[in-house]
Design a protein around this ligand. Sequence first.
Ligand code: SDX
Length: 402
Amino acid sequence: EKGLRVQDKGFLNTAVIRSAITYIDGEAGVLRYRGYPIEQLALHSSHLETAYLLIYGSLPTTEQFKFFENEILRHSVVHSDAEGFFRSFRYDAHPMSMLTSAFAMLGSYYSDANPSLQGQRLFTEGDKASLAIMDRQIYRLIGKATTLAAMAYRVRQGRDFVTPPTGLSYTGSFLYQMDHIGEENYVPNPVLEKALDVLFLLHADHELNASCTTVLQTGSSLVDPYSAIAAGCASLYGPLHGGANEAVIRMLISIGRPENVPAFIEAVKRREKTLSGFGHRVYKTSDPRSFIVRKTADEVFKVTGKDELLETAMALHDAAMKDEYFIKRKLAPNVDFCGLIYRAMGFPLDFFPVLFAVPRVVGWLAHWRQMMLQEGGVKIWRPRQIYVGPGKRDYVPAEQRA
Ligand code: SDX
């Protein structure tokens, strides 16, 4: 135990890597991707352009972006075997379970998923063959994330799978596959497509959150990235993390009318209820994404009409922000009130964490690639513990046990 520093409260204030990807200042409420403020990227960039920035470290030239976008759209098609895989789920299986399994399934398809192959190749910036393998794995995972998500959705709807026509954007082709009415009647809605693309961009990365740490912990054994992403997807599913956007809506539905908010707040203070959508390990003043979510919601509601839960959400926000209990604990709204937008856009409630996972594949891969190329090669992540169990004792045969 010599020299070990215990942080047995979920890695509180523990840095495990040096990273050049995302910068967060939790006190000032600042979020930057590769130095660019999230507010500027949300205003001027797109999810896919920001994906390039996060993964490769600079904004792409026009040609670089065209190639990147084309590779991702080209790799968005999945093997027809995947249809049988998805059909094996019950119609009411949670889409995050389907998506998590589907990422692991991808690993069974590709020869580059062979861990020993990874083991043989020490990825270095100069090794062109390894970089090409990693790029292809990145294109496949980002491209197929939307297709696998849409396939999970159509299993739930009991409908055939569709392949989007060429010429649509990344987010546009996802919405086409998600179309609720029927492909022949599909009418793209630029306002909703833009709104979803902004939300994808906001969710693209967030430093060493629980799911990203899971991807790196898993990837550090040199397993293939498809399996590492499946592990990250499983971590994101939890209601303390990416599952919170679904939990927020279930919470608002359980509260019902705004006049029920004070009683709910008291129940939270008695620790009988959780206030989903509030609090954050790093942000202690405000989550900068929540302001952009608010603005995006106003745009969407102009098209879809206001959600009847909005009033309750506002009443909850105002009550919590004024209450000493939450102020003392520095609890502010986080990104997960975006569920009100997904609801207004007609996505089913348990699909909301999938709308978090799809864009977060970008951040997971950016950190995975950074780890695979780190100076001196990958070190397996193997933390220690402080042992607090019983001292040495001898075996007792069953008949002598009390
Ligand atoms: C995301 O890490 C990331 O970056 C995540 C994320 C990303 O982009 O990847 O930003 C996305 O996951 C956002 C968070 C979504 N989760 C929720 O909205 C669920 C509700 N929030 C809480 O479960 C909680 O705030 C966490 C999990 C987000 C953070 O937990 P921490 O940092 O471990 O904080 P804590 O539990 O130690 O809280 C400190 C105090 C405690 O009170 P005391 O025991 O000291 O008296 O604040 C209380 C907590 O009980 N508290 C809450 C609360 N969150 C914290 N009390 C009521 N309601 C809450 N939501």
